[in-house]
Design a protein around this ligand. Structure first.
Ligand code: MRU
Length: 333
């Protein structure tokens, strides 16, 4: 892949500031865990798997930075990091995994703790890379040569530690020699589809066409979409799936038009702690992103705004979940 969202660089984390794309490719480096938290909040680092990986690196950076270690300190740092964003379960999964691992080691020196924390963060990063590759392989079996796929938000190398989830399926098809065309929803309000997916797919030489979000229905009615492929931020035990706002609308359209609707996600996005989608906390973002997100005021400055960052697609609209462990049929007949 030409793009790598996150990378360990000695005792620093290097990351692409995704808010600058597609105008500039800006790489940042930090040895301050508060800057990693701020980057997650500002969506400089975004996408559920990438947020989880960054959270694990943030714990390593924090203990290295402070030169001190105790389990209590790590629990406090973990709580601070978990507060960055509420919906993507990968954030909580990664912090809890690191905490459990470190608790099992008991009290160790700050130097030893720092070494183990970096090691665990890199293991999470490597495993995500491997899970993306497996998702790609499993998902590619569902997509035929010559297919046209619709996607929403960004689920590629920018959003993960590897080739991506939904976009990973597309890259795998490409590597198998299949000719795939992609329609990318622009994904209002923060335009992850146009700023990130369109850019990333272009870098990879994939045939991509950008559409406004409200164009998807017409394309499906015209029979121009063979499958929808999206990612996920959290999947409940019953298969209900939280993903970028607008995903549910696409799923309803897909069902209406008989277009298969696939959710691609690693095991770390499945939340065994919740029964259904109603228990998923949905992040709300600021009004400014909606009324001034295009760099100029596009609504009255004092207008009331409601801006949920995610929605929940009930399992009944999902044809299948494509995971690193295989393809799990969804609830859509
Ligand atoms: O607000 P974002 O950009 O972090 O939202 C990202 C998404 O909704 C992605 O579709 C999801 O995290 C899956 S990324 C493989």
């Amino acid at each position: 892949m030409k793009v790598q969202a996150l990378e360990r660089c000695g005792s620093k984390l290097r990351f692409i500031d995704q808010t600058a794309l597609p105008v500039r490719l800006v790489q940042k480096e930090t040895d301050d865990y508060l800057e990693i938290i701020a980057a997650i909040k500002r969506l400089e680092i975004r996408g559920a798997p990438a947020i989880g990986i960054a959270a694990a690196y943030a714990l390593a950076v924090a203990v290295t930075q402070q030169g001190a270690y105790s389990t209590d300190l790590l629990v406090r740092l973990g709580s601070e990091i978990k507060a960055a964003r509420p919906t993507a379960v990968n954030l909580f999964w990664a912090v809890d995994r690191v905490l459990d691992k470190m608790k099992a080691h008991g009290n160790v020196s700050a130097i030893e703790a720092s070494r183990r924390l970096w090691q665990e963060a890199e293991a999470i990063h490597d495993e995500d890379r491997e899970m993306c590759a497996r998702i790609g392989r499993h998902g590619s079996e569902l997509i035929r040569d010559g297919a046209t796929v619709l996607t929403h938000c960004n689920t590629g190398a920018l959003a993960t530690g590897g080739i991506g989830t939904a976009l990973g399926v597309i890259y795998t098809c490409r590597d198998q020699g299949k000719r795939i065309k992609v329609y990318a929803d622009e994904t209002r309000p923060l335009l992850q589809g146009s700023r990130l997916t369109a850019w990333e797919l272009q870098q990879e030489g994939i045939d991509v066409t950008l559409i406004c979000d409200n164009t998807a229905g017409m394309l499906m009615r015209q029979g121009k979409i063979d499958a929808v492929l999206v990612g996920a931020d959290r999947i409940a035990r019953n298969g209900d799936t939280a993903n970028k706002i607008g995903t549910y609308s696409v799923a309803v359209l897909a069902k209406e038009h008989g277009v298969p609707f696939y959710v691609a996600a690693p095991s770390s996005t499945f939340d065994p702690g919740i029964e259904n989608g109603s228990q998923i906390v949905i992040e709300e973002r600021s009004a400014k992103e909606v009324i001034e997100g295009l760099g100029t005021l596009t609504a009255p400055s004092d207008i009331k705004v409601y801006s949920p960052a995610f929605d929940v697609t009930p399992n009944g609209y999902i044809t299948a979940h494509i995971t690193d462990q295989g393809v799990k049929p969804g609830g859509r007949p």
